[in-house]
Design a protein around this ligand. Structure first.
Ligand code: GLU
Length: 291
């Protein structure tokens, strides 16, 4: 059997907090326990929110925690061609379509439907599903809009995509989901509707790049927070459509703040750097997250 491969994949859009420390340490420890490899991947496709200074701070924090990872570190922004190639395959397979609606347009479509009394469906994160009205846009209309410079994303036609799935779409869960789901989990990608495969500003999305990278990097174990449990359904579908073999997944507990809420980078919750400056040691951090 090939060597197990684990990865910690932070987005450099803020400082690391205790929840990230837990995830990174858990990946690292599990890799060590089974004689596996530990990779660090920087998920920096969001040019508006990612900053080099956050990436430097992440590397400093992880080093301070005592983690060792393989070099070179994969930075998603340096591999856009890999994602573009995967996207092209989905375009050729006619599984994605150009999506031009702005946020305001989406809100208007939903408001109109809801005014008629229909409850608009929401995804597991609570966001309204994208309207499917552009699936059937005539080809010449699409071309005209693109030639006129209209910004567009690529979205998966979830109905077309599900039709391509032969057999069961599931994954091996070694941790647990929000309702305690564990073992063999049946993926349910429809909960995400026509989800985004490439954003308006880059030829990829979180879902596409994570799937492409996990495959390119031979990742065998995806260990991450339970907040991404449902995202796995979309990832399993993309793996199936692109012919990529799935890793096993372990979704772990989230470290909550004192108020019981999920820690958040944007609120600057319990930043590792602050804890370090306050004199805590890496062992204190391990104890705080229960490792
Ligand atoms: N980059 C994602 C995050 O920081 C994690 C991706 C993953 O582990 O699949 O939330």
């Amino acid at each position: 059997m090939s060597q197990p491969v684990f990865r910690f994949a932070p987005s450099p859009n803020g400082p690391l907090h205790l929840g990230h420390a837990y995830s990174a340490l858990l990946n690292h420890d599990l890799a060590r326990q089974v004689g596996g490899r530990f990779l660090l991947r920087i998920e920096d496709i969001d040019r508006e929110r990612c900053r080099p200074r956050f990436e430097r701070a992440i590397l400093d924090d992880l080093e301070w925690l005592g983690l060792e990872w393989e070099e070179p570190v994969r930075r998603q922004s340096g591999h856009l061609d890999d994602y573009r190639e995967a996207l092209d395959r989905l375009v050729e397979a006619e599984l994605v379509y150009p999506a031009f609606l702005s946020r305001g347009d989406v809100r208007a479509v939903i408001a109109e439907e809801e005014a008629r009394g229909a409850d608009w469906p929401r995804d597991p994160d609570g966001a309204p599903l994208y309207p499917t009205i552009e699936r059937e846009l005539p080809e010449d209309e699409r071309r005209a809009r693109i030639e006129a410079g209209a910004p567009f994303a690529w979205r998966l036609d979830i109905d077309a995509a599900m039709e391509r799935v032969s057999g069961k779409l599931d994954w091996q869960e070694q941790g647990s989901g929000p309702q305690g789901e564990t073992g063999l989990i049946s993926a349910d990608p429809r909960v995400w509707g026509d989800f985004i495969v490439a954003r308006k500003d880059v030829p990829t999305s979180y879902q596409l790049s994570v799937v492409v990278d996990d495959a390119i990097q031979d990742v065998t174990h995806v260990v991450r927070g339970r907040d991404l449990f449902h995202a796995t359904s979309g990832q399993r579908l993309l793996q199936e459509l692109l012919g990529l073999s799935p890793p096993v997944y372990l979704h772990h507990d989230l470290i909550l703040g004192e108020d019981g809420r999920k820690l958040s980078k944007s609120r600057g919750d319990t930043g590792l750097e602050a804890l370090r400056t306050a004199g805590l040691t890496p062992n204190d951090i391990r104890r705080m997250v229960g490792l």
